[in-house]
Design a protein around this ligand. Sequence first.
Ligand SMILES: O=C([O-])CC(=O)C(=O)O
Length: 161
Amino acid sequence: MDFKTADLYDREGDALQVCDPVFQDFGGHSRFSGEAVTVKCFEDNSLVKSTLAEPGEGRVLVVDAGGSLRCAMLGDLIAARAVEQGWAGVVIHGCVRDRVELAAMAIGIKALASTPRKSHRRGEGQRDIPIHIAGARVNPGDHIYCDEDGVVIAERSLTDG
Ligand SMILES: O=C([O-])CC(=O)C(=O)O
């Protein structure tokens, strides 16, 4: 994976959505990209768990968790399943936990922070809808590129030729 978000920005300019710099890296991969699958949920990670249990096919789950710092939307068990299922990464506008284990996993994970408290699981949330995270709009099927510099979103693939 040899893209750089800064180079993509230089090429595409403001045709790209650029996330505000609020994310930290928690996964073993800091550079990852893929087609976006979207989930919107608040302090309930039911849809995060069920979506990451499906075949990932190199896609990236993007979660609008409302920026909540109160509970973790993802931990080592859900992340391990995502790795098994072939997800390229997860971007969460919210928190994770189990950061030591996450750092050893072959997946990209960007989130705001870590916290020990787990989330609810009541089946609440929406999937495959347009979301807004960190100042950027993400539509299902957009292509998301993440690296050490940040997160950018394009309406089409920028690396498949
Ligand atoms: O189960 C959860 O809600 C989050 C978690 O700790 C894990 O994925 O291991």
